[in-house]
Write a protein that binds this ligand. Structure first.
Ligand code: GLV
Ligand code: MG
Length: 330
């Protein structure tokens, strides 16, 4: 390890993050009964400009009156370039003790996060707010990705970053038929095989950007979250995108439709076999340590101390899921 130690953000279970527009109160109760780990009430892009004030009032009522269970409640505020943003923060944070996090969209520079932190800190002090509010942000512009390492270190309140493919495509002028989806033109054409055949392999146009954000998150102790997959009728496409994300190290994915919650929870949960194997690794390594060995064999594979770290992460997650499921069950 480096001599520099990095503090890890408060661990929170964030396999599925359900987006709920603040302008559609009819969806609130249903969302509260869903199995989403996190719900973010949206005041930004899902809300038309004429509805912004009413949506803010709806959200305040909903956070105070609805029983959201033990899950994390987040609020997506409007961008720092709009005049809605300061009231989103002041009005909602001042009057909603239930709120856990603010989601800041289109962050471009560290000062964007710093500014919100300053405002939140003043409100917390003035109102003696008991719960310390966390911040999460969207990396969804070229500027945000260009500054992602500095943004990751911008505030001690910052806990997570989400990759937003929709606005990212708009910002970089990428061509994508649906938010977070692929483009059939993006791929490689193989050289001819011995029969002279060439094959086209489709690629993932988000991979480089997602990986850059993920590395910045992990380097500075934040949770990386994958954002929306817009075509909610394409269940297989969603599953494939979620699987790619979990393999890379993401902690969860947005659900822009309730049908995406269960698949996200499943994909971002360790399987029973993985948990069993992790327990065996931890037990075998403890035994190896007692015998003065640094590595052992499990299922015919060499296992060393790096595997213990992975196994411990996985077991921690399994424990958090068990605790959350218990809390949801009542
Ligand atoms: C999310 O906000 C996105 O733009 O993808
Ligand atoms: Mg966006």
């Amino acid at each position: 390890m480096s001599f520099t130690t990095i503090e890890q953000a408060t661990p929170r279970l964030t396999r599925s993050i359900l987006a709920v527009p603040g302008s559609t109160p009819a969806l609130f109760e249903k969302a509260a009964r869903s199995a989403a780990d996190v719900i973010f009430l949206d005041l930004e892009d899902a809300v038309a400009p004429d509805d912004k004030e009413q949506a803010r009032r709806n959200v305040i009522g909903a956070l105070n009156d609805i029983d959201w269970g033990g899950r994390i409640m987040s609020l997506r505020i409007n961008g720092l370039d709009t005049h809605y943003m300061y009231r989103d923060v002041v009005d909602v944070v001042e009057s909603c003790p239930r709120l856990d996090m603010l989601l800041i969209p289109k962050v471009g520079v560290p000062a964007d996060v710093y500014a919100v932190d300053m405002l939140v800190t003043q409100i917390e002090q003035a109102k003696n707010r008991e719960k310390k509010l966390g911040l999460e942000i969207l990396i969804e512009t070229a500027l945000g990705l260009a500054n992602v390492e500095a943004i990751a270190q911008s505030s001690r309140r910052l806990e997570a970053m989400c990759f937003g493919a929709g606005d990212f495509a708009a910002s970089t002028r990428a061509r994508t038929p649906a938010i977070g989806g692929l483009n059939p033109d993006f791929g490689v054409l193989s050289d001819p095989d011995p029969e002279g055949q060439r094959h086209f392999y489709q690629g993932d146009l988000w991979h480089a950007a997602q990986t850059r954000m993920l590395v910045a998150c992990r380097a500075y102790g934040l949770r990386p979250i994958d954002g929306p997959f817009g075509d909610f009728r394409d269940g297989e496409g969603f599953l494939a995108a979620a699987r790619r994300a979990v393999v890379l190290g993401f902690e969860g994915k947005w659900a822009i439709h309730p049908s995406q919650i269960e698949p996200a929870n499943r994909i971002f949960s360790p399987s029973a076999e993985d948990v069993d194997k992790a327990r065996r690794i931890v037990a075998a390594m403890a035994q190896a340590a007692r015998e003065g060995k640094g590595a052992v064999q499990i299922d015919g594979r060499l296992v060393d101390i790096a595997n213990i770290r992975m196994a411990q992460n996985l077991l921690q997650k399994a424990d958090a899921i068990a605790a959350f499921s218990k809390a949801l069950a009542g």
